[in-house]
Design a protein around this ligand. Structure first.
Ligand SMILES: C[S@@+](CC[C@H](N)C(=O)[O-])C[C@H]1O[C@@H](n2cnc3c(N)ncnc32)[C@H](O)[C@@H]1O
Length: 149
């Protein structure tokens, strides 16, 4: 589905904090991509925001699936007709209305404005919207701070 005029009128604008450098510049599966290293290169003026990140193990990377220009509200996961039809918000499909991806990546090193990682499934040139430390005790449902009932 193409984006509607109303969607364009109510758009929220983000300025990427950086860009992903990856050996994958087109489609590849997440599994294949996540085995390979990649670099998150922040705009140099963002570098102070990385202070202390070298002490973390994993980060949650929010990035724009910028090559996914259309979306599907219902789809067969993996584009496999054998998989039952699902709503897009019940899947991790890249063809989603806001084309935002969220992937937990492992930090290899932090150098100036660059984070070297593994486990990221972002294609080369993907705009990076935000980075947060992944905290198992915070992000895992049922752990501290999460409702269990
Ligand atoms: C299904 S998405 C899942 C992304 C993330 N792990 C998530 O769950 O939100 C992963 C797929 O998106 C594709 N992809 C990665 N970066 C992209 C980009 N900038 N534009 C379009 N597709 C992209 C990859 O090739 C991969 O097949």
């Amino acid at each position: 589905m193409a984006r509607t005029d109303n969607e364009k009128d109510t758009a929220v604008t983000f300025t990427p904090i950086g860009v992903v450098e990856s050996e994958f510049d087109g489609y590849a599966s997440s599994d294949e991509m996540r085995k390979r290293p990649s670099r998150i290169v922040l705009r140099p003026e963002m570098a102070p925001g990385l202070m202390g990140l070298e002490n973390e193990t994993y980060i949650l990377v929010l990035f724009n699936l910028h090559r996914a220009t259309e979306y599907e509200l219902q789809l067969h996961p993996g584009h496999n007709p054998a998989n039952p039809l699902r709503g897009v918000f019940a899947t991790r499909s890249q063809y989603r209305p806001n084309a935002i991806a969220a992937t937990v990546a492992e930090i290899v090193s932090v150098e100036d404005n660059v984070i070297n990682v593994t486990g990221l499934d972002a294609q080369d040139g993907s705009p990076v919207l935000d980075i947060k430390p992944f905290r198992s005790g915070f992000d895992q449902p049922g752990q501290a701070g999460q409702p269990t009932g």
